[in-house]
Design a protein around this ligand. Sequence first.
Ligand code: PLP
Length: 357
Amino acid sequence: MKNSFPNSFVHIQLGSISRNIQKIKERVKGRKVLAVVKCDAYRHGAVQVSKQIENVVDWLAVATVDEGIELRMGGIKKPILVFGVPAYDNAAAYITHNLTATISHVSHFSILMDGTSYHLNFDTGMGRLGFSPSQRREVRELAVVNQRLLCRGIYSHYATADDPGSAFAGEQQSRFKAVISDFSEIPLVHMSNTGASTNYPEFDHFHMIRTGLGMLGYNSGHTRHNWLEPALTWKSTAVQVRPIEKGNVVSYSSTWSCPEDGYLATIPVGYGDGVPRSLSNKLKVLIGDKLYPQVGNVTMDYFMVYLGADKIPVGSEVTLLGDKAWNAYDWAEKGGTNVHEILTNITPRVAKKYTQE
Ligand SMILES: *Cc1c(COP(=O)(O)O)cnc(C)c1O
């Protein structure tokens, strides 16, 4: 999307992404790091983020072949793992663009083309993709027979590591250890996501951890780690400011009525940009050094803010998310979702600015 005259922008501080990776590395000493940059690096910009960290991580990963191609087109040279499922129509692209596939089903051994590198994915409890641990002998046979393909790694994925103290996460780890005992010649074993790396220091993190959210400055789940620095701040400006009288109602369905004569600001950002409608009448935004309540239902292109007696100038800067305003944990908590969804909700209509600090 062209963003010549954006109504809002996210400011991404690339330096904080580097520092977050450094801190995560310290927590999992000696382990390699795979940076997960799927979904446009959770909307932080996959190519820009990958360029920033390419020299301090060992691998990158994306969800789809298209996302992998975008990184190669952007000049990224690091190994790229595709988590998604290979298909006949994209099998050649793994070779052309030097992408590492994931084999998570028996059929994938015949779909991939000669010379394709791959990692095996075992489902130890996520219930999404991957071989069942009981298939491990059969999968081992297939890996040995298919010498035309190059097995470079083996992985699994935690379902409940986002918060500390999950017995099921421990159970998944045990199941994975049993699986890899049959694959001792595979050089790269990985399982931990951000949650497992930050919340479970006592776990075996094998050869490599995978982090998406953590490098962007948020822990997954409800446990806030203040040693991580959120990299993204979302800002806009007030496009109209006008008086509002006590008793006047605001926005679709008139869910809010004004408690006292005062001022109302209109901000040109809505759910079409990624402000969840479920945050209507809950969100607070920062103008100057004060938090003000968002009022009425969030609309597709605008939301309104009640200023009380403060008459701010049109064009005043409004911080929606990050910096001294609410962060993505607050948005997720009040919106009944997780930080991942809050960030990936930010749509391409929102412009991106990068600085090195
Ligand atoms: C998305 C994803 C990750 C990254 O999860 P974070 O919580 O952002 O660290 C890791 N591994 C797999 C397989 C994923 O799909």
